[in-house]
Design a protein. Structure first.
Length: 239
């Protein structure tokens, strides 16, 4: 049974190593999935990873998610061409290692803020506003254990991850009383991807597992469906 048949989803960061698993899972569940892309190479890698029977429901749109005008144009395109938008997933950012905060170059700080926080704001503002306008939609921000823990020489990731989680809470509070739902899904441990195989632990979630959990949250089939923040530690949490 295709639990997401007749739904439309957008996955920002869908060409990334974690995002591609979310895209695959939503497609396998029957959703039509729109993926903004910037890198032709990553776009092609994602396409090749999709099952043949799901490819006709995969839609690509070239977007620079760190550029306001590009994101606004994407939002306008969605409004004009997509009669409904049921689910949006923001899987943006990555890891950083190299400097303690007191030694961190300003250029690195600016890059992390732009790639990890500004992109979330630009995409979230555009999509959540469209959902408010239509009185319908679920918005999910993917986060990690850094939102709770601090790692030496990577502390800036914890700063932006905590801010991302608060952003989800603000979006959710401002949607109170509407038909728009906003969640933060926190994958506490590293996620197994194509690029992370040797050091992976069996109990860790795969990128596709994380996609399944997103689908559970969308369908409100989680222990506390009204909670804004959902932390998932291992594959056991999918049962």
């Amino acid at each position: 049974m295709k639990y997401l048949a007749n739904t439309t989803a957008v996955v920002a960061g869908g060409t990334g190593s974690v995002g591609e698993g979310i895209v695959r899972t939503l497609l396998s569940e029957g959703a039509r999935v729109i993926v903004p892309w910037r890198s032709e190479e990553k776009k092609n890698v994602l396409y090749r990873s999709i099952a043949d029977e799901d490819r006709d429901r995969l839609v690509f749109r070239q977007v620079a998610l760190d550029d306001e005008s590009s994101v606004v144009s994407f939002r306008d395109w969605l409004e004009e061409t997509e009669p409904r938008l049921d689910l949006a997933v923001a899987c943006l950012g990555g890891w950083y290692y190299g400097y303690s905060l007191h030694n961190m170059p300003y250029a690195d700080w600016q890059r992390i803020i732009k790639n990890h926080l500004e992109t979330h704001f630009l995409f979230g503002r555009s999509i959540v506003s469209l959902m408010h306008k239509r009185h319908h939609g679920t918005y999910v921000m993917i986060n990690g254990g850094a939102s709770k823990l601090v790692a030496p020489e990577s502390g800036v990731v914890s700063i932006v991850a905590a801010a991302q989680k608060m952003m989800a809470k603000v979006f959710a509070e401002e949607a109170h009383g509407t038909e728009v739902r906003v969640y933060s899904v926190v994958a506490f441990n590293p996620v197994k991807t194509r690029d992370r195989g040797v050091d992976a632990v069996e109990e860790w979630l795969s990128a596709d597992d994380l996609g399944r959990y997103v689908a559970h949250v969308y369908r409100r089939q989680v222990p506390n469906p009204d909670a804004i923040v959902h932390t998932i530690h291992s594959r056991k949490d999918l049962q």
